[in-house]
Design a protein around this ligand. Structure first.
Ligand code: TYC
Length: 103
């Protein structure tokens, strides 16, 4: 009882069980045509940002060319990308966004 070898086996098993899922960031890209207001509304609607945070993220994208809208599991991130592209297409804007692994 209390042997050191058994403890390390238990710890390895635990490490495997609780390994966190890989996370994906949804990145929005700048373009010259999508209205700033549309981007702010999209960030509020699909990424649960308040108007102030949404405006800051939009301006960051406008200035830097891209910006992270949120970090999610693979499935949720891919659904967010679909929702954004669908809303942009329906509104006739060229807004692009992608999901990429964090780090
Ligand atoms: N650059 C756009 C404009 O000047 C605004 C914009 C911001 C577009 C962020 C896309 O992801 C974007 N109207």
């Amino acid at each position: 009882p209390g042997g050191g070898d058994g403890d390390s086996v238990v710890m390895e098993r635990r490490a495997q069980r609780v390994a966190p899922p890989p996370m994906f960031q949804v990145v929005m890209l700048n373009d010259d045509y999508t209205p700033m207001e549309f981007v702010v509304v999209v960030l509020q609607e699909f990424f649960n940002k308040d108007r102030e945070a949404a405006t800051q993220i939009m301006l960051k994208i406008h200035l830097d060319g891209r910006g992270v809208c949120g970090v999610y599991s693979r499935d949720v991130a891919s659904t967010k990308v679909e929702q954004v592209l669908d809303a942009a297409n329906k509104a006739g804007h060229p807004l692009q966004c992608v999901s990429e692994p964090v780090e």
